[in-house]
Design a protein around this ligand. Structure first.
Ligand code: PGA
Length: 251
């Protein structure tokens, strides 16, 4: 089984439930030019209403944007992977740079979250990526490698079929500044070769690696045409239904 084209939206802390339903309905109802897995990363509050209102099918799948690393317990305000799995949410995003920064999630915690999510039966979109000073210093590849080694690479090869990697340079997130297709390709190829060294050719070839960071309707095609870019994790532009559909049709 070879890797898939994936267009994933990350709505972050945006939209009311009504707005979310409208947006998801537009996306679910749109024509697709190719086989593309569409994933909507929605707020927890939206999961159940969206499951009721839109046809959550192989055409549009839902993702939670975070989960806790324990299955249950005295963790006020948290949502466990077990709860998400019980709701039949197929995906969870783990390791987004906003959570790493604002919620101080480090590689060790993310390793625990990955473990808990997979044990609950969820698939994971695992985010990695460097800040601007690291890119400027030229150590972006080793930084991302360290993020993978300290969290993702705790998994065994069999578990990697439930992982999608999203490379998201922090300097490109929400800034309007996109990594050039060549910069994206360089990092994606580097990640794929790390996968090959750790897990072998099969896992490397079969793991989808998404690019995230100011993906828009007008740059998605060029980014997605890079040989190691299998799609996008899209923030801002995923809140505009027509533009996100354009991105879905950019493969
Ligand atoms: P952006 O966000 O597309 O708004 O840059 C991407 C992300 O944070 O996943």
């Amino acid at each position: 089984m070879s890797r898939k084209n994936i267009a994933a939206g990350n709505w972050k802390m945006n939209t009311t439930i009504e707005e979310g339903i409208d947006l998801a309905q537009l996306i679910a109802g749109a024509e697709r030019s190719k086989e593309v897995i569409t994933i909507l990363g929605v707020p927890f509050t939206h999961i159940y209403p969206l499951q009721k209102k839109i046809k959550v099918s192989s055409k549009v799948l839902l993702a939670a944007q975070n989960c806790h690393h324990k299955t249950s317990g005295a963790y006020t305000g948290e949502i466990s992977p077990t709860m998400l799995a019980a709701m039949k949410v197929p995906y969870v995003i783990i390791g987004h740079s906003e959570r790493r920064e604002y919620n101080h999630e480090d590689n060790a915690l993310l390793a625990a979250k990955l473990r808990a999510a997979l044990d609950a039966g969820l698939k994971v979109i695992f985010c990695c990526g460097e800040a601007l000073d690291i890119r400027k210093a030229g150590s972006h590849v080793s930084h991302v490698k360290n993020q993978l080694v300290e969290s993702l690479f705790q998994l065994d090869a069999k578990e990697m079929k439930n992982i999608v990697i999203a490379y998201e340079p922090i300097w490109a997130i929400g800034t309007g500044e996109t990594a050039s297709p060549a910069q994206a390709q360089e990092m994606h190829a580097a990640i794929r070769s790390m996968l090959q060294i750790k897990y072998g050719k099969r896992v490397a070839e079969n793991t989808s690696i998404l690019y995230g960071g100011s993906v828009k309707g007008n740059n998605a095609k060029e980014l997605f045409s890079q040989p190691d870019v299998d799609g996008g994790l899209v923030g801002g532009a995923s809140l505009n239904g027509a533009e996100f559909v354009q991105i879905i049709n950019s493969f």
